[in-house]
Design a protein around this ligand. Sequence first.
Ligand code: ADP
Ligand code: MG
Length: 709
Amino acid sequence: MNSKYSLPNSKNNITKFSMKMKPTPIIFGNKNGPPSPKKMKMNSNENMNSSNYNGNFSPRPKLSIQDQRRKLPVFDKRNKLLELIKRHKTLIILGETGSGKTTQIPQYIHSARLQENGKIAVTQPRRVAAISIALRVAQEFGQGMQIGDVVGYSVRFEDVTSTKTKIKFLTDGMLLREAMFDKLLMEYTVVILDEAHERTIHTDVLFGIVKRAQKIREDKNLAPLKILIMSATMDVDHFSKYFNNCQAVYLEGRTYPVNVYHTIKPHDDYQTSCVATFFKIHKEAPANHDVLIFLTGQEEIEACAHQIRLLAKDPDVHGPAVKVCTLYAAQPSSQQLNVFHPAPPNTRKVVISTNIAETSVTISGIKYVIDSGMVKVRSFHPSTGLELLKTQKISQEQAWQRMGRAGRESEGYCYRIYTRSQFELMRKVSIPEIQRANLCTVALQLLSLGIQAMQFDFMDKPPRDATMAAFEQLTLLGAVETITSTTLTPLGKKMAKFPLDPRFSKILLSAHDFGCLEEALTVVSLLSGESILINPTSKREQAQNVRQKFCSAYGDHITLLNIFREFTNVGQTNKRNWCHEHFINMRNILHARDIRNQLEEICKKCDLTLKSCGSQMDQLRKCLVTGLFMNTAELLRDRLYTTLDKKQAVQIHPSSSLHGQQPALILFTEVVQTSKCYLRGITTIEAEWLNEIAPEYLKSHNIRLNKSS
Ligand code: ADP
Ligand code: MG
């Protein structure tokens, strides 16, 4: 399921700032002692005024791209590294973020032809990183090298590679999908699992898949598979043990001391505090000292960007011009790449980012880091049966990574919007996603590889109740016969063909029977891409009013469908204007159309007939129930809902088109938790449909529907 927005939090609301409002002072102190000496190391070989950077504290390199490559810490280790890579079939490479691991090592391997006749795969946990790094590496190759030639990338619904491609950057999810079609990953002779410390669910599964492929290829005398595990920080012993005690190599990075400050008092409104801290720095620091702010998600980041842009123009606020850049997953890649461009002269760049900038991408010129101490994570709770998006405190490990971003090129400063004691209370390391995620998709993928998740060689086994919940879901969806099955049903096999959450593949596969595949494809595609709705903070009401005509009494999914249908009807030359007028993100809606085309191809391969239900929305609503009957809630009283199976109290999110109304029974595609649990992406449904479509579910969960529903 897709979720891109954080709940607008009234405390963090933009309206608190006006042009005339001055940032409130935040008091910092570091009198509780310096941060751990280990993290404060200064590499004595490095001179802060080193000649590559104009003798300046905040370097804006004017070097040629090849000179920039030669200045990276990894460059001196090139030969040593290549020798180790040649010698070992599995190798762990550790190195500070920004030392050149991701961009350089694949190129070194390629120029030494260590991949022989195969390809090099480099995985990234995030789309943004896979795309931006591939573009960077293609650029470093130089000489008119086009992306998709020797260097390419592949992310879900976007494959920019060709037969010439030798270095392929892909999201870990994409490599996992490729493994479903070729268990031994024969296309590759080198697989680099990058950002391994992030421990995304896909990377964790890939650990097991590549380890297995390597062994089988060895046993069968096939082309050997080399595995490189790269990371900024990690528990080497744990990783090495899992990979048969393989060797690890440390790359000394260049790091400079970072002065860390904690707030003296706790600050609940961390967003406002980040803005205030920025202006405190802005008033005093030279213009070429750039700032990186860590916040949690799109809405928060955009609101903060808006505040800074406004305040920076205020004649009473002193300081140079400000260039504000934002970085979050749901953003068009072109905008994301903007963060890498240096600011014009006499202008300060401020990058406001999610945890993407923690380790995945490195931005030059950052001298100051402001760390809100918060991150948004998705987690599954077997006890409530809900997978939700929640803003929570980061781990100490993340705090150190964030701090490190300030000390890449010279001495830096890190302002933490939390107290020293709050820091001490943070958990030491983050919990791997596999231990907190909904395992339904993974269990289905593994089964399609002929592996029962319970028997899989995980580095850290997921909790048993989460695995059981996943198999229960797969059983209810009809992908397996029973929760102990080791094979997929014919329906399950078809479900595994789609790069989607099994609940969404089920919807497409049932749409054939309800005669609404056209509509189901549209809805699923719109839910699979980034949001098509633009809600600018300053024009939110205007946006809602102009889109009012698309609103359906059945809820958000049909509303989205109406928007897409209208977009399709608008003439080619008018599409841009139409999108602008209706606050629709043109790029995202076009992307959704691409996704739709790709899903349509898969449907055709599954022999599904493309039919439209026209205005018979009941067909589509019933069809949605076939996949989402487990995501249902009924009205209890006065706007308060409760989920059908685990009786979790929930409410309709203010951004839903059904907000303010009280339909008796609803299905939902997204859960957001702030102080309360909110649902969005909602469609109203009828009780008898549940009886008709999911009787097993009602029975096994003892669900008796309210009379009113
Ligand atoms: P690592 O993987 O060790 O964290 P990278 O190879 O990602 O390091 O980055 C090395 C350096 O390359 C960065 O410090 C940055 O200066 C430069 N770089 C990486 N990506 C880009 C990009 N898209 N645009 C400009 N410079 C980049
Ligand atoms: Mg990297």
